[in-house]
Design a protein around this ligand. Structure first.
Ligand code: GTR
Length: 421
């Protein structure tokens, strides 16, 4: 047994070191490749008008991402009912209204519920809102004792006191640093957040979460072209938006989809598929998010598909260690958000997410924004650290690591004031 453990450990260490040694962190090792042109259709037709973009090119790109990257939704699943679990018009020392709204979905004799935590500035009739998922429960984003603790499955995390996949009081307020709540409210925006594990637990298991509600008889996991977890989380953001359309305190025409890392991949896909989102923010989304896959810098498709086989649809495995074969790249995902405002942000020490690949993606998406008469990123020269470029397409790289900071939020707010509000 000991010997077996030894062999297994050695094998694991060897494969880990292979992954690290093969990881490209050197610009001179980035392969040369042709960037697929968002403005040339599969047929070869040049796309030179908004009309052609919207009727020919956008639909074919969207379809490719649906069938081969994130996976398509098997069918529509609308809100069955919603319940305001709790509300207080004098939350956060009188600064905000707080609401906790539970949305419930039913199908196949199965039920799924998730809870939106909402803070809205008190003095506003209808607030524009940033909507984004959190990783460890709504109660982690604030010290506010009234915020309910989700009961859904969670990843264990010693620092957060999460054992047995169960969220507890111990993690209350542990992620306040990632949510500049006061700044957001002071700037006249609401903040809405949802624990992503309530929509789909983040593990390679398709017997739980929303997938489970939409299987056909005898089906127990999505088909190769059907939704993985990122598409499921994006679905949840769209259903939150459905609810916002009914909430008199919210201006549903000014909802900005926000997300960090895997949840930034999620906000991009939500914004690309649902044109009701007024703006989209990708914070350090990296591989499978804003970064160009064909650069193979940092995390690659082979690595992400192996480590997180449930995030994308099975058809995406086709491109693991085979990025050359991809007829698209992630700048075309960004282009699907045009002409709506888009902000991509990187961090200097987050090489795994390929900051340059994220920047170049905004550059190559910009031709579609320009077709609409909007200002894209405007330069192929990557800006210096902490020197944001803010047009309809915005980008910054800040000092520091893979994270969401006040600096990020200050810039998102400034850009949202100019381009969304
Ligand atoms: C990493 C993963 C990234 C990113 C990140 C996160 O392990 O390789 O693609 O999504 O997780 O979501 O925190």
């Amino acid at each position: 047994m000991k010997l077996l453990t030894y062999y297994v450990c050695s094998f694991l260490m060897l494969s880990m070191s292979l992954v690290t040694s093969q990881t490209i962190y050197d610009e001179s090792k980035v392969p040369t490749f042709e960037v697929p042109d968002p403005l040339v259709a599969v047929s070869g037709e040049k796309i030179n008008s908004v009309q052609k973009w919207e009727t020919v090119r956008r639909p074919e790109l969207l379809k490719f991402f649906e069938n081969n990257v994130y996976g398509k939704l098997p069918k529509a699943l609308e809100i069955d009912s919603y319940t305001i679990l709790e509300q207080d018009s004098n939350a956060l020392n009188g600064k905000a209204k707080r609401k906790q709204v539970q949305l419930t979905f039913k199908n196949n004799n199965k039920i799924l519920s998730f809870t939106i935590l909402l803070y809205i500035p008190k003095n506003l009739d209808k607030a524009p809102v940033f909507l984004g998922y959190n990783f460890y429960g709504n109660h982690t984003i604030t010290e506010d004792k009234a915020v309910l603790i989700p009961t859904a499955w969670a990843n264990n995390n010693e620092a957060f006191g999460i054992e047995n996949h169960t969220l507890t009081e111990e993690s209350r307020g542990k992620r306040t640093n990632r949510w500049a709540l006061e700044k957001i409210l002071d700037a006249g925006y609401g903040l809405a957040t949802i624990y992503y594990g309530e929509v789909d637990p983040d593990k390679n298991d398709f017997s739980d979460g929303v997938h489970n509600l939409l299987y056909q008889e005898t089906q127990s996991q999505p088909k190769p072209d059907e939704w993985g977890s990122i598409a499921a989380w994006s679905w949840g953001m769209m259903r939150a938006l459905d609810y916002f359309e009914k909430d008199p305190d919210i201006d549903a025409s000014k909802v900005i989809a926000f997300g960090h890392s895997r949840l930034g991949k999620t906000s991009l896909w939500a914004g690309a598929t649902d044109e009701r989102f007024a703006g989209v923010i990708s914070n350090n989304s990296g591989c499978g998010g804003a970064a160009l896959s064909k650069r193979k810098f940092g995390e690659t498709l082979g690595v992400i598909n192996e480590r997180f086989p449930h995030w994308f649809c099975d058809n995406f495995n086709e491109y693991s260690d085979n990025e050359e074969a991809l007829p698209i790249d992630q700048h075309q995902l960004l282009a699907l958000i045009a002409p709506r405002p888009l902000y991509v942000a990187s961090a200097e020490e987050d090489e795994w997410a390929d900051p340059r690949g994220e920047f170049l993606s905004t550059y190559y998406a910009s031709s579609v924004y320009e077709l609409y008469g909007k200002k894209g990123i405007g330069t192929k020269v990557m800006p210096k650290v902490n020197e944001p470029i803010q047009n309809t397409v915005a980008y910054h790289i800040r000092t520091g690591k893979h994270d969401v900071t006040d600096y990020d939020w200050e810039n998102y707010i400034k850009w949202a004031n100019a381009f969304v509000k």
